[in-house]
Design a protein around this ligand. Sequence first.
Ligand code: HEC
Length: 120
Amino acid sequence: MALMIGSRAMDSSAPSQAGAREQRAQATQAVQRGRTLMAQYQCGSCHHIPGVSDAHGANATSLAAFGQRSYIAGRIPNRPEMLARWIHHPQELIPSATMPALGVSTSQAEDMAAYLHSLK
Ligand code: HEC
């Protein structure tokens, strides 16, 4: 039984490498979309965000090196799905959050989260 599982894993190594390449390409595209979307939604009117045009706002915290942060807004674990939820609707995670919901869709928020997590 263990041997069969082992040989199946070896047989599938070529396609899984191609799959990993495809996944990396998709991740890169999400990061690029996220950067463009954050400029469009003017996140930079409140935040400083490296790499996003006109993002020099000082009303809220800088999002520089956000990929290295442990927490979102000081208390939510900074995981990709949590960050996307925060961007989509901050008050769903923290009712007293002072960042406004900006009408960002779920998939747009995922792309923005991918960009922010690429900042190291
Ligand atoms: C009107 C100003 C404003 C705009 C526009 C804005 N934010 Fe915020 N943002 C805030 C404030 C204020 C906080 C702090 C919220 C809190 O702690 O209650 C915050 C917090 C955050 C955090 C957590 C920061 C930290 O230090 O943990 C992230 C990430 C974030 N915003 C992303 C975005 C993104 C992405 C956009 C664009 C879709 C955006 N923000 C647009 C005001 C803004």
